[in-house]
Ligand binder design. Structure first.
Ligand SMILES: CC(C)(COP(=O)(O)OP(=O)(O)OC[C@H]1O[C@@H](n2cnc3c(N)ncnc32)[C@H](O)[C@@H]1OP(=O)(O)O)[C@@H](O)C(=O)NCCC(=O)NCCS
Length: 402
């Protein structure tokens, strides 16, 4: 009989993230090939894991057409050379796609049905522009179910500013600049690079190169410079390119295992899944979604926000992260929050980003035996939030460092 078991994040890797669009490094690279590269890289790094024992492969994408269509989990598994006996599926929850791949596979492991699973996501926002190819039901607007602005994520971010006037543009600008500087510091310290899988890329002239680093970083950012940027989502608004995640191409993948598989294959997991939750909020201010999902996940875990020693919050927009921090009484520049920066600097390839948060949290856990619990959380278009709480296997029980 299958038994309930602990769920472990064994390892995760991702492609470098590229700027979406013709000038971006992945313009001539297929979305599914990005996932395939990530899977190959992860399986190479975990060579002791028998490929034929993987029970499922879940890959998320927001736009599931063209090179992101055709049941990505199955096609990517075949293309990555996994045995034909390994099945796969596609997942869709917009920005929380990869996070949902992890929770879905994690739940399947938790109830004892799976031993090992791959979970990740991809978004090639250059080839699949946000909101492209969709046909929202006219009832949404006709019946005033949502305001038309709810479908534009930047407009929803402006509305968080409206709702909470004390969360000012200056605070968002400071947060945006800090993200860039933290990412640069993490790069200089070599923290990000170990979990990147290099991708061969072809430029417009057909010359081959190698993508080895996230492309969209702007380390030279200053708070003063951000103050002068245009506000593309509203005239005289407050949200700018410097406080938004940029349009991005990239893929992420993780290897999950149950306690039995960890023992059987002698794996060294990087995190244990403690709890997860998703929640809905008004679509017009979708960015506050991770507040209720985090409250639900904390409750399920029997923890409080004070138990969380590290936060990996997806920076869809600076204001949206600040609203969560404000809700929980955490300072905008609290060192526990996104210590190596976030999506404003690294990019946010929608359905891939959830596992990027986990990869970064896992790497920090290894350095921080004083921290027991960490949170990965993100907002989701049309008014949702997703949160996963993780436990650090390296926790040594010592008191928190100041
Ligand atoms: C905000 C957004 C519209 C900006 O797009 P864009 O105009 O193509 O972005 P760019 O990179 O060209 O930046 C615009 C300008 O700001 C400048 N800029 C951007 N970031 C900067 C920074 N950190 N420091 C200084 N200048 C910066 C650029 O140099 C550019 O200047 P220019 O107009 O003089 O060339 C786009 O990134 C976006 O839609 N983001 C949100 C994506 C989204 O909704 N994701 C889902 C979340 S739920």
């Amino acid at each position: 009989m299958a038994e309930m078991t602990d769920v472990f994040f064994v390892d995760g890797m991702r492609t470098p993230f590229g700027r979406a669009g013709e000038k971006g490094m992945y313009w001539n690279t297929r979305a599914d090939d990005l996932v395939v590269k990530a899977i190959i890289g992860l399986m190479e790094r975990n060579g002791d894991v028998p490929k034929d024992r993987i029970d499922d492969v879940a890959i998320a994408a927001t736009s599931q057409t063209g090179d992101q269509g055709l049941t990505l989990g199955r096609t990517a598994a075949i293309l990555a050379g996994l045995p034909m006996t390994v099945p796969g599926l596609a997942i869709e929850r917009m920005c929380a796609g990869a996070m949902t791949s992890v929770t879905t596979m994690g739940a399947s492991i938790g109830v004892g049905m799976y031993d090992l699973a791959l979970a990740g996501g991809v978004e090639h926002m250059g080839r699949h522009p946000i909101g492209g190819n969709v046909d929202p039901n006219p009832r949404f607007v006709a019946e005033k179910l949502v305001d038309p602005g709810a479908l534009n994520m930047g407009v929803t971010a402006e509305r968080i500013h409206d709702r909470f006037p004390h969360l000012t543009k200056e605070r968002a600008d400071r947060f945006g600049a800090a993200s860039q500087h933290k990412v640069q510091a993490a790069y200089e310290a070599g923290k990000i690079q170990p979990d990147l899988v290099s991708v061969a890329v072809k430029d417009a002239e057909g010359a081959w190169g190698l993508a080895t680093e996230d492309e969209g970083r702007r380390p030279e950012t200053t708070v003063e410079g951000l103050a002068t940027l245009k506000t593309p989502f509203r005239p005289h608004g407050r949200v700018t390119a410097g406080t938004s995640s940029p349009l991005t191409d990239g893929a992420t993948i993780s290897l999950l295992a149950g306690a039995g598989a960890v023992k059987e294959f002698g794996l060294a997991p990087k995190m244990r899944m403690v709890s997860f939750a998703f929640a809905g909020v008004e679509p017009e201010i979708m960015g506050i979604g991770p507040i209720p999902s985090t409250e639900k996940a904390l409750k399920k875990a029997g923890l409080t926000i004070d138990d969380i020693g590290l936060f990996e919050l997806n920076e869809a927009f600076a204001i949206q992260v600040i609203s969560l921090l404000d809700h929980f009484g955490i300072a905008d520049d609290d060192p526990r929050v996104n210590p190596w920066g976030g999506a404003i600097a690294l990019g946010h390839p929608l359905a891939a980003s959830g596992v990027r948060l986990m990869i970064q949290l896992a790497a920090q856990f290894a350095e921080r035996p004083d921290v027991r619990y960490g949170l990965t959380a993100m907002c989701v278009g049309l008014g949702q939030g997703g949160s996963v709480i993780w436990e650090n296997p390296f926790f040594d029980g010592k008191k928190k460092r100041k």
